[in-house]
Design a protein around this ligand. Structure first.
Ligand code: DOR
Ligand code: ZN
Length: 340
């Protein structure tokens, strides 16, 4: 099976030693990725984003990989600032305040008038808005409750491209078709697991993430639009590495690390569900290219149906399927070296 220019439209690469340890997990098999800005402090100035991109490129080394950079949304961004930073970024990421890892400086209240200057300027400059769509309500209802905020934003800013990040519910799938300017990313783990897999038996800290995996009918709704490569959905792994000690702890950090196995497991899933390679290609690259108007660097990934035992960790970060066998392996990537 051959895939061209895979894209990961939602990725956490972190910084420092972690960045150096994990960047190649993505750069090896993907042509590019939307890089999340939730560092400490968040990436929010032109200097920050240029310097962070340089650190990413240094960690990526020889690999042919484009980091599509983002900054952390603040209502105070004005048009002059956004014009000055436009060429350095592909999107801006909005977090509700305190909703997840390093999001304390995010938005509270979602008052359209407060957001209007920044979102109008983004809309005029054609900068997409990526949103972590959760309220601070009951954990299983947070995303469904946020749908009314998506509706409000999509109506108030009809020319703004709004990407509902890592959707996990049937309500989010349903709202996609009601507004022309709403799009979504879907992770690998939310296509595979429900809350039962996280907490139905022994607690699985490495499957704990935000938004939490939901009910079987939610997973089915996500699977349907992913497998049919609905043109408004694209793959975004939300691969979010944390060191083992931060996951296997009293107070487990949220995030599933899928970068090294994402493409192989997607290939397995699409094959198992009898979805076509064309649809997989659209889900992992074509749709994102159309939605974001990006042309990723050339990369061909050849996968083979050969069992691969997933390592127990990658430099101290435990991946999804650690120590388990997955059905597909990376045979080779043209332009790049072998991937481990
Ligand atoms: O599970 C998550 N981990 N969800 C997020 O929104 C953030 C991410 C992280 O940065 O660790
Ligand atoms: Zn994320």
């Amino acid at each position: 099976m051959q895939l061209t220019a895979p894209l990961d439209m939602h990725l956490h690469l972190r910084d420092g030693e972690m960045l150096e340890n994990i960047a190649k997990s993505s750069a090896c098999t993907f042509s590019g990725a939307i890089i999340m800005p939730n560092l400490v402090p968040p990436v929010s100035t032109k200097e920050d984003v240029i310097a962070y991109k340089q650190r990413i490129m240094a960690a990526v080394g020889e690999e042919n990989f484009t980091p599509y950079m983002t900054i952390f949304f603040k209502p105070s961004y004005d048009k002059a600032f956004l014009e000055s930073i436009k060429d350095e970024i592909t999107a801006i990421k909005l977090y509700p305040a305190g909703i997840t890892t390093n999001s304390e400086g995010g938005v509270s209240g979602f008052d359209v008038e407060e957001l209007r200057p920044a979102l109008t300027a983004m809309s005029q400059l054609n900068i997409p808005l990526c949103v972590h769509g959760e309220t601070n309500g009951f954990v299983m209802d947070r995303e469904a409750e946020f749908v009314s905020i998506y509706e409000r934003l999509a109506t108030a800013f009809p020319k703004l491209k709004i990407i509902m990040e890592h959707i996990t519910t049937k309500e989010s799938v349903a709202v996609l078709d009601r507004f022309e300017n709403l799009y979504a990313t879907i992770t690998l783990h939310h296509l595979l697991i429900t809350l039962d897999d996280v907490a139905g038996g022994m607690l699985k800290p490495h499957l704990f993430c935000k938004p939490i995996a939901k009910r079987p009918e939610d997973r089915s709704a996500l699977l349907k639009v992913a497998l049919e490569a609905h043109p408004k959905v694209m793959f975004g792994s939300d691969s979010a590495p944390h060191p083992r000690h931060a996951k296997e702890a009293c107070g487990c950090a949220a995030g599933v690390f899928t970068a090294p196995i994402a493409l192989q497991v997607l290939a397995e899933l699409f094959a198992k569900e009898n979805a076509s390679i064309e649809n997989l290609q659209a889900f992992i690259s074509g749709n994102a290219q159309s939605i974001y108007a990006v042309t990723p660097p050339n990369k061909t990934v050849i996968l083979e149906k050969k069992p691969f035992t997933v390592p127990s960790d990658y430099n101290g970060v435990v991946p999804m399927f650690a120590d388990e066998e997955i059905a597909y392996s990376i045979k080779k990537t043209r332009i790049t070296n072998d991937c481990k």
